[in-house]
Design a protein around this ligand. Structure first.
Ligand SMILES: [Zn+2]
Length: 356
């Protein structure tokens, strides 16, 4: 890692004979920003330089409980501790960008649809975080952060219209066009996981709607489809997994599909089909040149990409299809939200409302 500062253009004063102090001098010349992706389970912390290289990484459990003040205090402490670690390693930290899995309303950063962190529902988080962490502080919806990372540092650098889709416990998109980040729902490009792709779905989505993309193609739906396949007595390696562990995860279905399990492959194809249907609509809405996929479920790679590409090719108007260069895996499969929110410290013009 210590070799990395040489690539930053700040290496003028470096000579190979420099001892550790020499490297620290160079690091102090490099401005870095902290990105914190506050997820429902874990909080990912990254220290990012202006070229998008991650200099330090850390993961801490996201505090739980019913007291929003205590929760924010604990998040603040973790970030301040990480910043101290960065400074001790010789880096200059110029600001912090936060990603949250819920929407943020207004200048006080009131949290909306905080399904994964119910303690924060309706709670204004800005003042307390500014006090705990200090500024400059930026904040964005997590899938927006992933889109910013892809645009600034990833595969979207050379395209003028980019759409990223985060597929994990939930599903959502982020869009960046030549005019900047498309923000028309409290920091998100819509509540895009709730687009309807299966009007015949029987079960209700946790959002209260029915047939939403998220309810039929995100990790919980993949896990559920695996359990249903076992219950139907389908021949699948998932049955053995379930017998041993008493449960299965979406990741088990992905792994089984990768090893050729027919039931698991069918489940992934079905999920890919639904995602493709949603993307077909998003292509017509946003006219992206590139679509990049990230998140835990997207780690299925070609198992998911293949049905998605086939579905999009089948459904989308040729005019839009000709202008869609590709549907690819993200350059930042799992920590784009944290990296992108750190990038907002360097590139505030991309999301003026995030106020670094
Ligand atoms: Zn829904």
């Amino acid at each position: 890692m210590v070799g990395k500062p040489l690539d930053t253009g700040s290496s003028r004063e470096y000579s190979p004979n420099h001892a550790r102090t020499g490297l620290l001098v160079i690091r102090e010349m490099i401005e870095t920003a902290i990105g914190a992706d506050i997820g429902g389970t874990n909080t990912k912390l990254v220290l990012v330089d202006p070229l998008g290289d991650v200099r330090l990484r850390e993961m801490v459990p996201t505090p739980r409980g019913e007291d929003p003040e205590a929760m924010l205090d604990e998040i603040g402490v973790a970030i301040v501790r990480f910043r101290a670690r960065a400074k001790a390693s010789g880096y200059t930290v110029v600001g912090t960008g936060l990603a949250t899995p819920q929407f943020t309303d207004g200048p006080d950063w009131i949290q909306r649809h905080a399904n994964n962190m119910p303690a924060l529902e309706g709670y204004p988080i800005r003042a307390q975080l500014v006090e705990a962490i200090g500024g400059p502080l930026a904040l964005l919806y997590d899938s927006g952060g992933a889109a910013i990372a892809e645009k600034v540092f990833g595969r979207g650098r050379d395209v003028s219209r980019l759409l990223t889709m985060s597929i994990g416990t939930g599903i959502s998109i982020g869009v960046v066009t030549e005019h900047g980040f498309v923000d028309y729902n409290w920091g998100g490009t819509g509540d895009s996981g709730q687009i309807i792709v299966d009007p015949d779905a029987i079960e209700r989505c946790p959002c209260g709607g029915r047939g939403c993309l998220e309810s039929v193609a995100a990790a919980p739906a993949i896990r559920r489809a695996g359990i249903e396949a076992i219950a139907r007595g389908e021949e699948t390696s998932l049955a053995e997994k379930h017998a041993v562990h008493g449960d299965i995860e979406a990741a088990d279905v992905v792994a089984a599909a990768a090893s050729g399990d027919p039931a698991a492959i069918r489940i992934m194809r079905q999920a890919g089909r639904f995602i493709g249907i949603a993307l077909a609509s998003y292509v017509h809405l946003f006219r992206p040149e590139l679509i990049a996929l990230c998140g835990g479920v997207a780690q299925a790679g070609d198992l998911l990409l293949e049905p998605i590409r086939l579905t999009v090719a089948d459904l989308v108007s040729p005019w839009y299809l000709e202008r869609l260069v590709g549907i690819e895996m993200s350059a930042f499969p799992l920590d784009g939200a944290a990296i992108g929110c750190a990038a907002l410290v360097f590139r505030p013009e991309l999301v003026p409302a995030a106020r670094p």
